[in-house]
Ligand binder design. Structure first.
Ligand code: SAM
Length: 234
């Protein structure tokens, strides 16, 4: 296992952070090491064995950048016949989510604490996911920072390999400029096909819970744009 001790130390910091913010309840009694053992995935040297990760073998939804975990938690509760894998680097959000997962006794949710591109590139075999979701990713709104946005052609190339043929990609943003950039990048990618007829945003889907960043967008008077595409790789 890579850096198990580092991860445990990090999780202790999360515990301290969450305790200070008064949000650790059941998990506090259980201990973060045990919570992490139940819900966390330590990165192996090679590929993660996704078949052995979950209690039941069923379709897997990947969410990158789940923040405080609102959407992922709600979906894992409401859709027990799917497995959910979340990748995030925000420690307080991870601590909160594994605590909530324990409270709800979820067996269909696992978390990786690492950079998503690194995980997908080095630790996930091709054709692993049935759906990918990216809700309200960091917008990097200054022009000089646009290159830091996660949705770029290279990232779509990687996603196209990791999602099964016919699998879905669902993105949402409250930044108009990023929405246009996402639409152009997806429309111009040879493997992705819009579920709408043409370069049209999708209606808000029932299954996407409202997230903290979506609420923030509403408060700021932003619109919300959903993009749902199918991976049609050959
Ligand atoms: C603006 S927040 C949105 C959080 C959540 N999806 C929501 O709607 O409330 C973006 C999140 O993506 C995470 N993130 C950004 N780049 C990432 C990466 N390469 N790998 C994993 N997480 C990442 C950040 O840590 C942050 O929590």
């Amino acid at each position: 296992m890579i850096c198990a001790n580092i991860l445990i130390n990090k999780m202790r910091k999360i515990q301290s952070f969450v305790r200070r913010s008064g949000r650790l309840t059941l998990g506090q009694k259980m201990g973060l090491t045990e919570l992490w053992a139940n819900y966390g995935v330590d990165l192996p040297k090679g590929r993660i064995n996704l078949d052995a990760l979950f209690v039941k073998r069923q379709k897997i939804v990947l969410e990158v950048g789940f923040g405080n975990g609102d959407s992922l938690l709600e979906m894992a509760i409401k859709i027990p016949d799917r497995n959910f894998l979340g990748i995030e680097v925000y420690e307080a959000g991870i601590g909160r989510l594994i605590n909530e997962a324990y409270k709800h006794q979820l067996s269909n949710l696992k978390i990786i604490k690492a950079d998503a591109v690194e995980v997908l590139t080095n630790h996930i075999k091709d054709g692993s996911f049935n759906r990918f979701q990216l809700f309200f990713p960091d917008p990097w709104h200054k022009k000089k920072h646009h290159k830091r946005r996660i949705v770029q052609t290279d990232f779509l190339d990687l996603l196209s390999r990791k999602i099964i043929k016919g699998g879905k990609v669902h993105m949402a943003t409250d930044w108009a400029h990023y929405a246009t950039a996402m639409m152009n990048t997806l429309e111009n990618h040879p493997h992705f096909k819009n579920t709408q007829n043409g370069p049209i945003y999708s209606p808000r889907s029932e299954y996407r819970p409202i997230t903290k960043f979506e609420r923030r967008g509403h408060r700021l008077g932003h619109g919300v744009w959903d993009l749902i595409f199918i991976n049609e790789k050959t």
